[in-house]
Design a protein around this ligand. Structure first.
Ligand SMILES: [Zn+2]
Length: 64
């Protein structure tokens, strides 16, 4: 019952979300590549990044 989980069964479980490759487009955030998104008060975003950032990144992937 404790068989190791095969590789590839856990996608997107990295430390850094892929959308961190770009600068956050949210004006109040502007998190630079490799950095976690922050709120206007300078606190780290709980989710790690703004949905807009992920959206922008996805669009760029499709455009490439
Ligand atoms: Zn952000």
């Amino acid at each position: 019952m404790n068989a190791p989980m095969p590789a590839g069964l856990r996608p997107n479980q990295q430390d850094r979300p892929p959308e961190w490759a770009i600068t956050c487009p949210v004006p109040t955030c502007k998190a630079r590549p490799g950095n976690r998104c922050t709120t206007p008060r300078g606190r780290h975003l709980h989710a790690g990044s703004h949905p807009t950032r992920l959206d922008t990144w996805l669009v760029q992937q499709h455009a490439a």
